[in-house]
Design a protein around this ligand. Sequence first.
Ligand code: GTP
Length: 578
Amino acid sequence: APASTTTPSRMPLSQVDAIRTTDHARFLTMLDALHRDIDALSPQDRRYLRFLDGWQANYEGRYSDAMAALQEVLAGGQQDALGVRATAMLMNTLTGQGKYAEAYAMATRAADTLPSVTDPTARFVLLANLSQMLTFAGQPQIAMTYADMMLKATPKGVSRCEAMVQKVVALEGARQLMASSPELLDTIDVCKTNGQPIFSNTMSLILVDRLLEENRLDEALATLRRITPSIEAARYFPHLIDLSSARARIFEAMGNKPEARKAALETVAMNHPGDTNEALRFAYRVLYSIEKAQGHYADALLYYENYVVQDQGYLRDANVRTAAYEAASQHFRAEKLETEGLSKENRILRLQQALDAKAVETGRLYITVMAILLASIAFWMVRIKRSQLRFKWLSSCDSLTGIFNHQHFMGESGRALRALEKRAGEGCLIFLDLDHFKQVNDSHGHAVGDAVLKHAVAICKGQLRKADLLGRLGGEEFGMFLMDAPRLQGTVVADRIRLSLAASPLIVDDVVVSISASIGLACTDTIGYDLQRLFRGSDAALYLAKRTGRNRVVVDGDDRSAATPFPAHTRPVDSTTA
Ligand SMILES: Nc1nc2c(ncn2[C@@H]2O[C@H](COP(=O)(O)OP(=O)(O)OP(=O)(O)O)[C@@H](O)[C@H]2O)c(=O)[nH]1
């Protein structure tokens, strides 16, 4: 069978990923095989491989390598599941390098993106790292919240072990854990059952620590012995130094100085010069107390100095971590405040703009309302004026013919007379009465009578000038005042009207209604400018015109009738045409 089908590199990377902690030895083999076969990998798989490289480097404490690999994964700016996991791990790596401020700043930003991370695995890993970092930063309460979120968000097929571990670590950070705490014991069981030796070992080391604190030394030693093969197999560096350091402390507490010394020296040997960690601190303290008890003061002093360095280093590190967290969170808070401030400013600005817009709108509205108001006022003014004029017209005009009524005609005539008087002008007052009008009404009906009245008015108007006045004095009697008209001119106009009327019968529905009128005339030259006297003069002349045969003009003051021919048909004759 071709060997290629069974080559480890043909194993899907997700599967390799899955055995990272469960079968670390096999994971390493796979990782090697993948690197050998790297040319055959797709760009996505190569990126995935870099992520696994980063993880492994982190695992071994090669933090610079881990940083480089993870940064490569994140280089494309992809916010996919792998990107989120790489971010989470980079946070951890930064912590490992002591770059706490950077790590926490990254964590805070990552926490901010948490709601948008939907990939279950990515979300889970991010929560795990956040929880772990916050415990490390001395914020176990927040870490516990994330751990609880993890428990709820554990993806299908993933054991509850990891989430439970974070919870225990946070409880330990909060000093709320005892050797008998069910959280601790359950987690050890769950992790062991689910084949998560690294996590179960971490939990067991914590249990050893608790037992030691509670002076349950036999149990502590038994637990330590039980987990030693697993820790040595996994070769996880932090566990290795913790193991020997714990052994040193247990033997010291038991009074087994040689074993304690041996274990403590082993711990020191495992570390590199310049390293600072809790395991070393314990180891130097054990060595110092043993040497001191045995009277080896020179050695004791040396160990004590190392212990102080470790203690200070450890304390400094812890302080630095807390300070870094504080700084990061302060910085983030400030950033947030700034953003909020900006958005508040923006809100105010937007509000201002909205207000301005509203003001413009209100202004426009105001103008519109004013315009409408003015327009309606103007409209009403026009209407009022019109109705006023109409009332005035109604009160001054005859409703049938539209010319001045008696009263208004007299008033206007009086005014005209005064004007004439002022400039010594001349004028004539004409009274016109239709002849036998009763007969028209009787023969043709009142409506035709009305039509004849209107017809007569139209004819009169046609003979008058603009400045002349025309009014209905009542019934079929009309008055005319001729401005700037001497007696002769007045007589001519009056006779022209008489002739026009006589020559213009009204034709309504094939009925011809002949018209004639008697006219009396009085002028200012003989009577003067007194209206009443003119009135009486015209009236007398009209009476004379009627009495002397109708269809004629009589001029007041003239002894004879107006020099107008009196045709045979002076009496109006009604004739009906076929
Ligand atoms: N159709 C109509 N008839 C009117 C109106 N005002 C008055 N009359 C009529 O005019 C007639 C006037 O008649 P009279 O005063 O006897 O005068 P006449 O018939 O014209 O006779 P003379 O004036 O003597 O030529 C009456 O029958 C009135 O009813 C009107 O507005 N319309």
